[in-house]
Write a protein that binds this ligand. Structure first.
Ligand SMILES: Nc1nc2c(ncn2[C@@H]2O[C@H](COP(=O)(O)OP(=O)(O)OP(=O)(O)O)[C@@H](O)[C@H]2O)c(=O)[nH]1
Ligand SMILES: [Mg+2]
Length: 546
């Protein structure tokens, strides 16, 4: 007996909840979202920030709907769907919906107008007649991944389970990073149709383009053991040609069978889910079938020293130390490299300004304090903003290290389970929420000139003016250095806290996984029939099993 996808999903969901298989919850919600939604199919453009996602969608629409730009732009999931006239509908996180004039779209979806999503927008839908030839398709523009604006990455990752067809943009400027590969991998677990779009090919010569495409195809095949189509694209040259290809290879075939594509997406996700569920239940059954002493031995074999929570925690802590040991030096190196030019600029500016200053020594000393504070702030604020890329890079390094620890843990655990029970368990991957890192504001160390104030305020400027000027100009290198070091320290503090947050997330994932297995491996013979029954029900759903 096998029911429709909804029944299948309900049965699998029931088992996952009943047996507390917590690591499968994210995939489960993905399936539920897909089966419960309305009938249009989400064709999403996913990719690193600035890889040309919004530009690509504008080209498909034939009109500039989605805002584009040279800095990270798209901050909100924005969907375009066929409609009789251009209407923009904003759905807020509290569920309220408002219709706004089409020319106001950017106010809601861009990082510049809606920084850190202050307007609390959940999603924006654009209805447009220019999609009348692709009915049933909803084109989804997503915030770019990998920028320092972690909330944008987070928005896209949270939305990811909904993707049914994925266009992964890879810019010709940096063809296929490790992050791109991971994105394609994740997309392939969620969407049956994944296409890589090599954007900005106008930056390559004809020969280079062929070379890059061949390289991408080879690298993708090597990673996934299957071919992933690669389509070139450019909004700057031969756009009509690339558009035609994109429509013929992807958009039109999908539009012709929207219902079929939805079914395929749901069944892919369901199969992933059922396979993992089957693995866990079988482990529980194998444990329950054994006599007490044997079960204890089984548990000890699976949960041995190599996968103990303490060992993993130590490994994660070591990875954290490696990264955090480098944070302060990384920022100091960035900042101190700028010291010379800042000192020079500040000295020149102060030399010019000092000539115009009036008043007695005390007044000029006070004026100097204020001048210096303002100057340091003006010099360091853009520097602090620019060093957000250093922070992003360090966080990427940290995530990479933690991921390697977790992956090694998963491998050892799967091997232990396979050795002890003969069962292959495929737990779902660690889903990381990259912590938010805001640009560190410059906190200027105050300049105190009290000794001038107290002692010499009566002295006439014609007598001490030269000395005063030499003194304040001479202090500049020290003032600049002191504030640069302080800013480096502040940045390091912020990044270290974010790295520590990532480590806690990783450790929590490991704990949850171990707790699930520990529970399964403690099942007593009385429970065996419940597991048999559960496995039978899982098989009856008709979802492909291992
Ligand atoms: N040379 C070239 N530049 C392009 C092309 N397409 C887009 N760009 C430029 O790339 C930059 C980023 O374009 P967007 O479309 O905003 O990129 P995005 O991926 O949507 O960026 P985010 O929303 O910030 O993630 C802009 O400066 C575009 O002008 C192209 O085909 N060729
Ligand atoms: Mg964009």
């Amino acid at each position: 007996m096998s029911g429709g996808p909804t029944e299948q999903l309900n049965s699998v969901a029931d088992l996952i909840r009943r047996f507390g298989l917590a690591s499968l919850h994210p995939t489960l919600s993905a399936c539920e979202a897909l089966s419960g939604e309305d009938s249009s199919l989400d064709v999403a453009v996913l990719g690193q920030f600035k890889s040309g996602k919004s530009s690509l969608l504008n080209a498909v629409l034939g009109e500039a709907v989605f805002p584009v730009g040279a800095v990270p732009v798209t901050a909100i999931i924005t969907r375009a769907v066929d409609g009789p006239e251009r209407v923009v509908r904003v759905t807020h996180q509290d569920g309220s919906v408002e219709e706004v004039a089409p020319n106001r779209l950017a106010e809601f979806v861009t990082e510049a107008s809606n920084p850190e999503n202050r307007r609390r927008v959940a999603v924006v839908d654009v209805f447009t007649p220019s999609l009348s030839d692709l009915p049933g398709l909803r084109l989804v523009d997503t915030p770019g991944l990998g920028s320092v604006l972690a909330h944008n990455t987070e928005t896209t990752r949270t939305w990811m389970p909904n993707v049914a067809v994925a266009l992964v943009t890879v810019s010709a400027e940096r063809p296929l990073s490790d992050e791109d590969r991971r994105l394609v991998d994740e997309a392939r677990q969620m969407a049956p149709r994944v296409v890589v779009v090599l954007t900005k090919v106008d930056l390559l010569s004809e020969a280079e383009r062929a070379e890059v495409i061949a390289f991408l195809e080879r690298a993708l095949r090597a990673s996934f053991g299957a071919s992933v189509p690669v389509l070139p694209f450019s909004t700057r040259s031969e756009t009509t040609r690339w558009l035609r290809q994109l429509r013929e290879v992807v958009l039109l075939p999908v539009a012709r069978d929207v219902a079929g594509e939805r079914r395929a997406a749901l069944s892919l996700k369901l199969a992933t889910l059922a396979r993992a569920c089957h693995g866990y239940l079988t482990v529980g059954l194998r444990a329950a079938e054994r006599a007490d002493t044997e079960r204890e031995r089984l548990r000890a074999t699976v949960l041995n020293e190599a996968v103990s929570a303490e060992v993993i925690r130590d490994e994660l802590r070591l990875a954290e130390q490696r990264v955090c040991g480098g944070t302060r030096p990384a920022f100091e190196k960035t900042f101190v490299g700028q010291r010379g030019v800042i000192v020079q600029r500040t000295t020149d500016a102060l030399t010019a300004d000092l000539r115009t200053w009036q008043g007695n020594l005390a007044q000029q000393a006070q004026r100097y304090e204020a001048w210096m504070a303002e100057r340091v702030d003006a010099e360091l604020t853009p520097l602090s903003r620019d060093s957000a890329v250093v922070a992003a890079d360090l966080l990427r390094q940290a995530e990479g290290r933690f991921r390697r620890v977790i992956e090694a843990f998963r491998d050892r655990l799967s091997r232990n389970i396979a050795d002890a029970t003969g069962v292959t368990v495929s737990s779902t991957a660690w889903e990381v929420k990259r912590p938010e890192v805001a640009v560190v504001p410059v906190a200027v160390s105050r300049t105190f000139m009290t000794h001038w104030d107290l002692l010499w305020w009566l002295l006439p400027m014609w007598l001490v003016g030269g000395l005063f000027r030499r003194h304040v100009l001479g202090r500049i290198p020290w003032e600049v250095e002191k504030n640069l070091i302080r800013l480096a320290g502040d940045w390091a503090g912020v990044v270290d806290a974010a790295v520590s947050d990532l480590r806690v997330q990783a450790a929590t994932w490991v704990d949850t996984e171990l707790a699930t297995l520990d529970r399964l491996l403690r099942q007593r013979p009385a429970e065996a029939s419940a597991f048999c029954e559960a496995l039978r029900r899982l098989e009856e759903t008709g979802v492909p099993q291992p």
